[in-house]
Design a protein around this ligand. Structure first.
Ligand SMILES: Nc1nc2c(ncn2[C@@H]2O[C@H](COP(=O)(O)OP(=O)(O)OP(=O)(O)O)[C@@H](O)[C@H]2O)c(=O)[nH]1
Ligand SMILES: [Mg+2]
Length: 371
């Protein structure tokens, strides 16, 4: 039974499973409306991975709408680039945006709808036009709208926010943000803020079917990714090794490993990081054994078990559900910790050293098993 399992190349297995998991994610559709210069692109670049507004493909949808998407990131952004609300184009703009919302709505498939609108107004302008209120009211009948106050700092901007909140606009939330640091003077700097709240509020309103995609695509709340990954792993492990788990003879420990590789691939998808093959090799090598190693699974399991106090001796030479569960939980918890570190550096644009990550992974895992 073990002979075929032993020849599996775990790294390739991981890469294949990761690809499948990523393909399963249905993109979340977000429409970002706001006049030219309010800070839509700045917001997109600071909320989503890989500076989407800069690097993502901008495909014109209509004259006033373009769709930004990028392979590997499960999101479509509909952006109103260069929008001016001149009286002669107002009707055309309204119709175009409404037309797109309708078109997707008519698919009758919730996964394809526009899931949320971020309506952006520059708080420094301290001004909202009647047409904008009209648009928000109109669109909010079909799609949840969050009113995003961009570049919102200073007393006047905050007063403007209060004023809007008291207007009882038909929106789900009014969220103030500063997407990028603002330097007012050499010694007066406004730090970015409000983005985590914007992401959390958006997550709350999204349909279940695309929540995971949104978590994957955003880069501001890494703890949320870790939280979701842990919740998913706990449920997965309970489901796999709880009641109904048939103990595996110790000599067949390799059957555990492909399952665990699948779990790691899924956790990676929850995070949304772009791992290259050398990083994957390093991590997988540290955790479950490198590709093609003879008897990798059994070897790894027997080596790991010695780290766990009290599990050194087995009853009847089998791995019970309890032991499998301990091993796999340690694996999930360690991998999530590693993913947090990888995500933090990747989103800051820092390069990640595969060897360093592999070493860190090994240390974290051994520490986790001992606890
Ligand atoms: N420092 C700082 N600058 C911002 C912020 N938001 C917008 N800006 C500045 O405002 C200018 C316009 O921002 P964009 O993000 O390009 O505006 P936009 O809404 O995408 O404009 P269009 O693409 O023309 O529709 C840029 O020069 C940004 O640097 C912010 O949060 N912080
Ligand atoms: Mg723009």
């Amino acid at each position: 039974m073990t002979t075929t399992k032993n020849t599996i190349d775990f790294v390739d297995d991981f890469i294949n499973k990761l690809k499948n998991e990523n393909e399963k994610l249905k993109p979340v559709n977000i429409m970002i409306i706001g006049k030219t210069g309010v800070g839509k692109s700045t917001l997109i670049n600071n909320v989503f991975r890989e500076k989407l507004a800069e690097t993502g493909m901008g495909e014109p949808v209509t004259q006033h709408l373009r769709k930004i998407s990028k392979k590997g990131i499960p999101i479509n952004i509909y952006d109103t680039k260069g929008l001016e609300l001149k009286s002669e184009t107002q009707e055309e703009i309204t119709e175009e945006i409404e037309g797109k919302i309708e078109e997707l709505y008519l698919s009758r498939n919730e996964e394809d709808y526009i899931h949320v609108i971020w309506y952006c107004i520059n708080a420094q302008s301290k001004r909202i036009e009647d047409l904008e209120i009209e648009l928000m009211t109109k669109f909010s009948k079909k799609v949840p709208v969050i009113l995003v106050l961009t570049q919102c700092y200073g007393k006047d901007a905050k007063e403007f926010k209060n004023l809007l909140e008291n207007k009882n606009l038909n929106v789900k939330a009014v969220q103030a943000v500063v997407a990028e640091e603002v330097e007012i003077d050499e010694d007066i700097i406004i730090k970015p803020n409000g983005l985590i709240e914007l992401v959390d509020r958006t997550y709350q309103i999204l349909p279940e079917a695309v929540k995971k995609s949104f978590t994957n695509a955003q880069k501001v709340n890494i703890d949320k990714k870790a939280e979701d990954a842990l919740a998913w792993s706990t449920a997965y492990i309970t489901g796999s090794f709880g009641a109904g788990f048939t103990p595996i003879p110790f000599s067949d420990a390799a059957v555990l490993v492909p399952m665990q590789v699948g779990m790691l691939a899924h956790i990676t998808t929850i995070f949304g990081v772009s791992l290259n093959k050398s990083i994957i090799s390093g991590i997988v090598g540290s955790l479950v054994g490198s590709g093609g190693a003879a008897m990798a699974g059994r070897y790894i399991v027997s080596n790991l078990l010695k780290f766990i106090p009290g599990v050194g001796t087995f009853v009847g030479g089998v791995i019970s559900g309890g032991t499998a569960s301990i091993l796999t939980t340690a694996l999930a918890v360690s991998y999530i910790e590693v993913m947090k570190k990888v995500a933090e550096s990747e989103y800051k644009g820092k390069s990640i050293d595969a060897e360093e990550i592999a070493k860190m992974t090994k240390d974290i895992y051994e520490k986790e098993l001992k606890s």
